[in-house]
Ligand binder design. Structure first.
Ligand code: ATP
Length: 460
């Protein structure tokens, strides 16, 4: 397809959901690119139409074996020949996955309406660590066809990509490189990204870090992505992408509906039983005592969960690492502050205990600690001097006297509110400041050219 395809592009009688994951390694490939190749081929061969935008579902960012951003890809197509579509998907995964460098790909297919249990599975995969066996059980129970290579771990993501139901959602337009350029330096113009960001925000987000004056749209690795722009609206994204000076010809582009920027991985309040290593979520409660600032400028504090009777549950240890930009906020906390901390639970290792690695901090209420101080003179407003033990206090200016010390509020430099890392340090799923309180509904109505392929890559 030279020109971009838009809308639903025809279709067929059977709704077929396809989930794909773990096709890539740090050495190369990208599951979104495989999804792009599959979508383009299905449209070009007239084998299917689309029932929704291709789906980029980010899963628990704290799973230990993710390659980068733990993204799984889903397609929902309408077809008269599900067999041909499945064959094409499996063929591509077989040909293009980077198995020799450690990818463990899987594809799953679900015909007809997606069962509610798979939606629940997708929700759980966003914050928990799920065993492969559970994905296989769910797939078998609901009659999903699957194809797996390597150790088959990709099935967790493949089933999740089928099941996950978006609430609030965003879009990302991903532009792909020509195959001959994979692994070479990218030359996307940062100035064109800055201008695009200025013109399109807040309908786009996290494209440009204004503080560090750095474009954030391009990955660094050898994968096929040239750049990705995130936002709320397909037409704005398409125009935004066209305005970027890519520095090289594109092989194509595709728009994905995604849970990026929703913060949905942290929607779960972690109870005692599920605050286990690699889980993501929040703890809400009271800071137990003064925070500690350790070597490297990282800050550590403990939160006693709200609602738990005192002493019934050990407080949750939290860490705000320097790189997150949250260490300053954490270091300024005081015992008694009411806070909500969101992040992933890092397992204990030699030299450090289990901690919640903070991805955001919210100060809900500030404790008002007091300290004893010499009284101030009512007339001169100057602090009085002690006359010696048990002798009271005297103003050296006017001679006024007072009997005892007074309780004085300790000034706080912390304010109530939400504290987030800078855009460059935010995870894909993190809800940026400009998206706080936003719920975006993405409609798939055929009005925007959501896919374009300009170079045919068979993956051979
Ligand atoms: P990229 O973002 O570049 O596509 P990636 O970071 O998605 O790469 P993968 O290579 O897909 O990394 O590896 C993630 C692996 O973790 C997949 O096998 C996926 O099935 C699995 N996985 C995803 N979520 C969970 C989860 N909640 N519990 C257990 N395994 C998971």
């Amino acid at each position: 397809m030279r020109a971009a395809g838009g809308g639903k592009n025809g279709g067929g009688a059977t709704l077929l959901s396809i989930g794909i994951d773990d096709t890539d390694s740090a050495e190369g490939m990208c599951t979104t690119y495989l999804g792009f190749m599959l979508a383009a081929e299905l449209l070009e061969k007239g084998e299917a139409g689309f029932a929704s935008y291709p789906r980029l579902v980010r899963l628990n960012p704290n799973v230990p074996w993710r390659t980068r951003g733990n993204g799984a890809v889903g397609l929902r197509v309408l077809t008269d020949d599900p067999g041909a579509v499945k064959e094409r998907a499996i063929g591509l995964v077989r040909r293009c996955s980077d198995v020799k460098n450690g990818a463990n790909p899987a594809v799953a297919f679900c015909e007809g309406e997606v069962p509610a249990e798979l939606a629940a599975f997708g929700r759980a995969a966003l914050w928990r660590l799920l065993p492969r066996a559970r994905a296989l059980e769910a797939a078998e129970r609901h009659g999903l066809e699957t194809f797996r290579m390597g150790n088959g771990r990709g099935l967790v993501g493949a089933v999740s990509a089928i099941g996950y139901e978006f609430g609030d959602s965003t879009l990302e337009i991903l532009a792909y490189r020509e195959r001959g350029r994979f692994g070479t330096a990218r030359a996307v113009s940062p100035e064109s990204v800055r201008l695009m960001h200025e013109r399109t925000r807040p309908r786009t987000f996290n494209s440009y870090d204004e503080e560090k004056r750095r474009a954030l749209v391009s990955p660094r690795g050898p994968d096929p992505v040239l750049y990705g722009i995130r936002g709320e609206d397909p037409a704005v994204l398409l125009a935004a992408s066209r305005s970027v000076d890519a520095g090289e010809p594109l092989a194509g582009y595709m728009m994905f509906q995604s849970n990026q920027g929703t913060g949905d991985h942290l929607a779960h309040e972690l109870g005692e039983r599920d605050a286990v290593p690699h889980a993501s979520g929040t703890v809400t409660g009271t800071v137990s005592g003064p925070p500690r600032v350790g070597p490297g400028g990282h800050a550590y504090f403990e939160v006693a969960a709200a609602g738990a009777p005192a002493g019934s549950r050990p407080p949750v240890r939290c860490a705000a690492y320097k790189e997150s930009g949250l260490a300053g906020c954490a270091a300024a906390m005081r015992g008694g502050d009411a806070v909500r901390a969101g992040g992933g639970i890092r397992r204990a290792a030699a030299g450090h205990p289990r901690v919640l690695n903070a991805e955001f901090l919210e100060i809900l209420d500030l404790a008002r600690p007091t300290r004893e101080a010499n009284p101030a003179c009512g007339r001169c407003a100057k602090r009085m001097k002690s006359k010696g033990a048990g002798q009271g206090f005297k103003c050296i200016k006017c001679g006024s006297r007072a009997g005892s010390k007074v309780a004085e509020a300790v000034p706080r430099r912390l304010r109530r509110g939400l504290y987030l890392p800078p855009a460059s340090a935010q995870r894909h799923l993190a809800r940026p400041l400009q998206r706080q309180g936003v719920t975006n509904a993405v409609g798939f109505d055929g009005s925007v050219a959501w896919i374009g392929r300009f170079e045919v890559d068979s993956g051979e």
